[in-house]
Each structure stands twice: as structure tokens, then as C-alpha cells.
Write a protein that binds this ligand. Structure first.
Ligand code: PGA
Ligand code: ZN
Length: 398
């Protein structure tokens, strides 16, 4: 089988204008590249990225340990990356960005080598697939928290068009986005409406309810062909401290925060998906939230960081029934596939997600489609570096 002949890497800009690395794996006749995204509201147990200059040096230093390996031997390559890292818990020695850059670029090169689309390469890898024909689009329309300069402490306010027809879902999302813009411009000063990290609106209100109510009104006035569910990534770790949850001038304990969500879901009955409603250390909060029957999906992100051991704990404690999958939380393609496999075998829904600092790469779309994951979360439908992910899904799913 075809051997890896060479590794190369360079610095590129991400959607925030920050530096990140792009890695290219070269075989005799093919090549594959991947550029590494980065988060702003990261879980504390995610892999550690190293500064770009250090990362480039590491890639140069280990090149001879990767060259000569079969490009299609994904598990061996990823195992080698763990060895080169000295098996730390979080790739802190080699660099999470170095590991994922090489691992993912190798996957892209391997698919090219086999002359199959990347999604098919992922599907052939043998992880258990989900039970959807195509992932639902999880589209972020309003940014807050760490992804915005102003607004609600809640990070993401999303819509999920209820269809696996991807082109139709995208069309619906764009219609609601247009209606939302019109409603927001009536409600606020146009100059005070901004655009957040993932391309959603930044609204000049610190109200928890108002962004959801505006989206609900936007759905109601949009001429859409199918029902729409609403979702949120609360990213609650970002407003949690030892005193409790600091939400709009008050400090709340876990029980009071469950109450806030209950009220919110009464005001906005369409709101059914909750990601990270509690801080990553507040496992009890997740369990209480599930028991309160507020949501259809309780989704772990910072809580589980695509780590199979944390997912296992979350399943045992019945803390979640869905999880976010982000390859750069865990560092290799094999580890990512392993977590998806475990989730699907335990009836946990996977939502593959971008990061707030994205690149033009569309590998996550192929991953979501290839493993028949329940959702693909990629920001606003028309934002740079986000639109590419949705367009890729339209391309491969139709
Ligand atoms: P991040 O945000 O990429 O800044 O971590 C996305 C998310 O929390 O889902
Ligand atoms: Zn999240």
C-alpha cells in the first residue's frame, strides 16, 4: 500500500484572523491537507494546542517517524502519534494541533489514494454508524457569551430545520435568518447589531429570553416547508465560578438554573436541544436537568470533549443523551471514530461540530455524513468558513 513520502506544514489564518497550522501528507501519487481549527470556550480536558511556530518545528522533528508508514493505516499512524507524544493525557508534549493536523491530513490523503470520497473513507473505517440518512443542520443565528462582544451570556441560539433533505434545510435556515435580521432591525438600533464569532447576530440585549423569543417570532413569520426546532449551546462553564452561575447580574445555584431553563422552555416551546446547560464539573446539574424533562436532547460538549472515557461516565450517570464531536478536542481521527462508535452503540446521538475559530476545511462534514451522525453544527448559514461546511453537505448528500 502507498507509503507516506513527506510531511509539510505552513501557517494559515483562521476565521478570527489568528494563526493556525495546515498540514499536508504526501504519498507517491496523492496528497491530503488539513487545517486545524480552534475553540474559544474550550473544555479543560481538551487536548492542548502548541503555539504555531513550536507546532511546525515538532512536525519537522517527527517527520522521519511518520514517513514510510502506510497512509491507509490510520490506527497505526494515530498510535504512533500517541507514542511520539509520550502518551500524555492531552497531547501536551507533541501538541494537539500537531497530532490532529497529521492524523486528519493522512485521512484525506488515504481517501485520495483509494479514490473514494472522504465520507466513504470514514464510513469504511468500521465505526458504528448512526441512523439518519443525512445529519440535521444545527444553525447558529445569535451569538453571545465568549463568542460575542455584547449580548446574552448564553453562547449560541440555534435553529434545527426538521428535515434530512439538506438543501431544503439550508433554504429554511436562510429564510429564518432573513426574517430574524428584519425583526432585529425593528427592535434595535441597526448600528448596535453586530456579527459574532460564528456569523450569528450580536444583539444589544443582556436578556436571556429575548434572543430566543426573536428567533421564535422569526420562525413564525417565515414561509418554511417543515417544522423547526430550536436549540442552544449555553456553554455554562463560561459563566460559572465557585460562587455559582453568574447570569444577568444574579448568581444562581444549580437548582435555580434548572428553574431558569424551565421558564425559558415555557416561553419558547420550540426550544428542545440544550448543549452544556451546566458547567463541565457540575455533573449533578446535567442529571437534574435530564430528570426535569425540559429538553429532547441534553448534549455534552465541554463535559465530554469527544473523550470515550468521559462519554462512558456520562452514560453511566445518565447525564446526556447526545454529545458534540470535535476532532480537535481529542487529537486524532481514530480517537474521534472510537468515541462516535461508542456513542452510536449506546444510542447516544452525535452532533459533529466546527469550532469558533474555523478554517475553510470541510472534513467535519464528511465525518458527520460518513458516520450518519444526527447533526452537523457549523454556525450561521452564510458566514465565511461556515457556509463551506453546509455546501459540502448539500454536495455529498444529494
Ligand atoms: P468553541 O465553541 O469552538 O469556542 O469551543 C463552540 C462550542 O462551544 O460548541
Ligand atoms: Zn459547546
Amino acid at each position: 500500500m502507498s507509503e507516506i513520502k513527506n510531511l509539510s506544514s505552513r501557517i494559515v489564518k483562521n476565521s478570527r484572523g489568528d494563526d493556525t497550522i495546515e498540514v499536508t501528507v504526501l504519498t507517491t501519487s496523492h496528497s491530503g491537507s488539513f487545517s486545524v481549527p480552534s475553540g474559544a470556550s474550550t473544555g479543560s480536558k481538551e487536548v492542548i494546542d502548541l503555539p504555531v511556530e513550536v507546532a511546525l518545528k515538532h512536525i519537522e522533528d517527527i517527520e522521519d517517524k511518520i514517513v514510510g508508514m502506510s497512509v491507509t493505516a490510520q490506527t497505526d499512524i494515530d498510535q504512533r502519534l500517541h507514542e511520539l507524544d509520550g502518551h500524555t493525557d492531552n497531547f501536551s508534549s507533541l501538541g494537539g494541533n500537531v497530532a490532529l493536523g497529521i492524523s486528519a491530513a493522512a485521512a484525506v490523503a488515504a481517501a485520495a489514494e483509494q479514490e473514494i470520497p472522504l465520507w466513504q473513507y470514514f464510513r469504511k473505517a468500521g465505526a458504528a454508524i448512526g441512523n439518519t440518512s443525512a445529519p440535521r443542520l444545527v444553525v447558529n443565528l445569535v451569538n453571545g457569551g465568549k463568542h460575542a462582544k455584547r449580548g446574552s451570556p448564553i453562547q449560541e441560539h440555534q435553529i434545527i430545520p426538521d428535515t434530512t433533505n439538506v438543501a431544503e434545510a439550508l433554504e429554511m435556515a436562510i429564510k429564518v435568518q432573513t426574517s430574524l435580521r428584519q425583526l432585529a432591525e425593528k427592535r434595535f438600533d441597526i448600528e448596535e447589531i453586530g456579527i459574532g464569532d460564528e456569523g450569528g447576530l450580536e444583539l444589544p440585549t443582556t436578556s436571556i429570553q429575548e434572543p430566543f423569543q426573536l428567533i421564535q417570532s422569526a420562525i413564525a413569520i417565515s414561509d418554511v416547508s417543515k417544522p423547526i426546532t430550536m436549540g442552544t449551546d449555553v456553554a455554562a462553564s463560561s459563566f460559572y465560578s465557585e460562587e455559582g452561575y453568574c447570569l444577568s447580574d444574579s448568581i444562581l445555584d444549580t437548582e435555580s438554573l434548572v428553574g431558569v431553563y424551565k421558564d425559558l422552555s415555557e416561553i419558547c416551546p420550540l426550544l428542545r436541544w440544550f448543549e452544556d446547560p451546566f458547567a463541565e464539573s457540575d455533573w449533578e446539574g446535567f442529571v437534574d436537568f435530564g430528570n426535569a424533562n425540559i429538553a429532547d436532547l441534553t448534549i455534552g460538549d465541554d463535559l465530554t470533549v469527544t473523550d470515550v472515557a468521559l462519554l462512558e461516565k456520562a452514560i453511566q450517570q445518565q447525564a446526556v443523551n447526545a454529545l458534540i464531536i470535535k476532532p480537535n478536542q481529542i487529537g486524532t481521527i481514530s480517537d474521534t471514530l472510537n468515541t462516535i462508535d461508542y456513542a452510536h452503540r449506546h444510542n447516544i446521538r452525535c452532533i459533529v461540530s466546527h469550532r469558533s475559530g474555523e478554517t475553510e476545511d470541510t472534513l467535519i462534514t464528511d465525518l458527520a455524513y460518513g458516520l450518519q451522525c444526527y447533526g452537523l453544527k457549523a454556525g450561521a448559514p452564510n458566514a465565511p468558513f461556515r457556509q463551506e461546511k453546509y455546501n459540502r453537505l448539500v454536495q455529498i448528500a444529494s
